[in-house]
Design a protein around this ligand. Structure first.
Ligand code: WT7
Length: 646
């Protein structure tokens, strides 16, 4: 497979960028020609950010699994599509060829059909990182069902909320999942999530850990039995066949829940056609993927990074994607690099938080790693500090691998701002230049473009995008108005990212972090309002306020200020543990506060609004310049909070 749209020089980048802005329809129409369509589109692009309405390749018909699998079978059927490394390095690994992937995906599609799943139905997937998770996703896509993957670190309550929001009738899960030394009982969590649920009809359970599960008659069925049955149906005269559903380019492909500034996560909806084109285009260009290379993205498929750069991007490019079940520190902190050596990985794509935590073990543990197969490194999820960037460059890339710092979001579907590996220049801790089709603009609070440079000669403002790229979110599931107010109403005719950014004299961007009430903890996105809601559910809590603070490894830590009623305050340690337990129950262990400070009052304005700015400063360790506190209802609370800082 060749990629005629792969940019090979800085000049080509500039030309591509220019054309993508001047003639987006011509540009993306040409790129889209390189895919398999059942029917060509009538119109490349139609849009307005007012409603918002964005339609790419309208009238076009396709199935993304034909692009990710079928079209590769003739020439690459026996090439590895997915290489799977288990949690325990002693266990047998698995290599899934494109032929095998095709068969399994057809079987899943048939299995879903046998169980009544139809085009447009929502299928919730709650599994560990096993190849069957990829089969499940692609099996849904093959029949046009909308998958909604939920990360294994979310609690039963979180799952219940998402099931309800998505009105899901089907679940695919595992008995359990291995994570380092731990076994997570996924099916048991699903059982808790289903207490009181009235919409879910079927739960398909894949056996991974042999964790005891309770299978409910009429509702719960085994993956293995169903797949065996489906196998006979999809095999005819030695050939495997399951007709893929012809989807409209604008039909939804999946929903992925993500946090915002309210207490309730939103279901970001991605389309079939635009998402396919963008994940493929960015995979091929950002990582400069070459046929035969092994691409190792360390993310979990429960997050957008896994969707786009473990599954859809690499597979649509006929690539080889390495999927890892475990965690970076098991059985030792060199695990990522042991995997790199074991499979001769060429591209390693990971998160700054992982890099920082590995630096913490010193250089000694990695002395025996060869790493000579590596050609390209990437980071994603949060700003990378210069120290981590240089360590990655020297100790892992041995100064010979370009590093791509890829900025994007769940809502953007794929990378928007990044250097192209070895093609456009890198700058430590800068995401650098926008990809073709991406038109960033920095604006002030009023939405005016920033034109005045600061003392360092940089422009600084809120990052917005002026026009749609093919994989921009289409809506938030079941609530289009929410999509409009969240992303398109802050500034007229702009998509607002909620990130702050700097721009230098070369037009390079540096993303400085969120400007809303969303935290980025170890690359996981968590809303402060969600954590507050969870804390407030604890019986002894009167009120709480949650802010982020700089954390050496996690990037941001969660700092909670909590007011407790008279009955509970006496025993701080126990109350603290109980609050952590409550958060674990309500959201999941990923949202547990790092610090809980008990306070008597919170700094509020006379209208009752919590002044988070002050709380953020105190959590950051600032005691002097807290800004104007005269508008506070009771300025004395600030001293009390300062004195009690953890
Ligand atoms: C937020 C989106 C992108 C997939 C994983 C996270 C932050 C992401 C970078 C980067 C600085 C980054 C932003 C963004 N972010 N990549 N390279 N440099 N910040 O997706 O959970 O939707 O989070 O992650 O703040 O808004 P997400």
């Amino acid at each position: 497979m060749s990629y005629p749209y792969q940019i090979k020089s800085f000049e080509e980048y500039q030309q591509a960028y220019k054309r993508s802005v001047q003639d987006p329809e011509g540009f993306w129409g040409d790129v889209a020609e390189n895919f398999t369509w059942r029917k060509k589109w009538d119109k490349v692009l139609e849009w307005n950010f007012k409603e918002p309405k964005v339609e790419w390749f309208k009238g076009g018909k396709l199935n993304i699994t034909e692009n990710c699998i079928d079209r590769h079978l003739e020439t690459m059927g026996e090439k590895p599509a997915i290489i799977w490394e288990p949690n325990n390095p002693e266990e047998r690994t698995r290599t899934v060829t494109y032929n095998r992937l095709h068969k399994r995906v057809c079987q899943v599609a048939q299995m879903l059909k046998n169980n009544g799943v139809k085009k447009g139905d929502r299928v919730c997937i709650y599994m560990g990182m096993v190849p069957e998770l990829a089969y499940a996703i692609l099996g849904c896509a093959r029949i046009g069902a909308i998958h909604s993957v939920i990360f294994g670190g979310f609690s039963a309550q979180s799952i219940a909320d998402r099931l309800e929001d998505a009105n899901a009738e089907f679940i695919i899960t595992c008995d359990g999942a291995y994570r380092g030394e731990k076994v997570i009982p996924l099916k048991n969590v699903i059982d808790d999530a289903l207490i009181g649920n009235k919409t879910v009809k079927k739960v398909i359970v894949y056996t991974r850990t042999r964790t005891p599960v309770s299978m409910i008659k009429g509702r719960d069925i085994w993956w293995e039995d169903e797949m065996e049955f489906a196998e006979h149906q999809v095999e005819k005269e030695g050939k495997v066949f399951f007709e893929a559903e012809a989807m409209d380019a604008e039909d939804p492909l999946f929903i992925l829940y993500t946090s915002g500034s309210t207490g309730k996560p939103k279901g970001v909806v991605h389309s079939s056609g635009g998402y396919m084109v963008w994940t493929n285009y960015t995979f091929v260009n950002v990582f400069q993927y070459q046929q035969g290379q092994i691409h190792f993205c360390t993310a979990d498929i429960g997050w957008i990074t896994g969707h786009s750069y473990i599954v859809y991007g690499p597979l649509s490019a006929g690539g080889t994607s390495l999927m890892f079940e475990g965690i970076p520190t098991y059985p030792s902190c060199s695990r990522f690099f042991d995997i790199v050596d074991k499979y001769k990985v060429n591209i390693l794509y990971t998160a700054p938080t992982a890099i920082r935590s590995l630096i913490g073990f010193g250089d000694e543990p990695y002395k025996n790693n060869d790493l000579s197969s590596l050609q390209i490194l990437g980071t994603v999820g949060e700003p990378i500090n210069e120290e981590a960037w240089h360590w990655y460059d020297e100790h892992i890339g041995k100064k010979k691998c370009p590093i791509v710092d890829t900025w994007w979001q769940t809502e953007t579907g794929g990378v928007l701002i990044s250097n192209l590996a070895g093609i456009t220049p890198a700058k430590p801790s800068w995401a650098t230049l926008p990809l073709p089709g991406v038109q960033p603009i920095l604006v002030d609070e009023k939405g005016e473009a920033i034109t005045k440079k600061d003392e360092q000669g940089l422009l600084k403002g809120n990052l917005c995008i002026k026009a749609p790229w093919p994989s921009i979110l289409r809506t938030t599931y079941g609530d289009h108005e929410r999509c409009r107010t969240n992303y398109f109403a802050t500034y007229e005719n702009l998509y607002f990212t909620s990130d702050g950014a700097l721009k230098d004299e070369n037009g390079f961007y540096r993303i400085t972090g969120r400007v809303d009430d969303v935290l980025n903890v170890s690359g996981h996105r968590i809303g402060t309002a969600e954590v507050e809601n969870a804390i407030n559910m604890h019986a002894g809590v009167v009120e709480s306020a949650v802010v982020g603070y700089p954390h050496d490894i996690k990037g941001q830590g969660i700092y909670a200020y909590v007011i407790i009623d008279g009955k509970h305050a006496a025993d701080d340690e126990q109350t603290r543990k109980n609050i952590l337990q409550t958060v674990t129950r309500v959201i999941g262990p990923i949202a547990k506060p790092d610090k809980i400070q008990f306070v008597k009052g919170l700094p509020k304005t006379r209208s009752g609004k919590i002044m988070r700015r002050i709380l953020r400063k105190i959590a950051e360790g600032e005691t002097q310049n807290l800004g104007d506190t005269t508008t506070l209802l009771d300025p004395n609370v600030v001293d009390e909070i300062k004195n009690g800082k953890l």
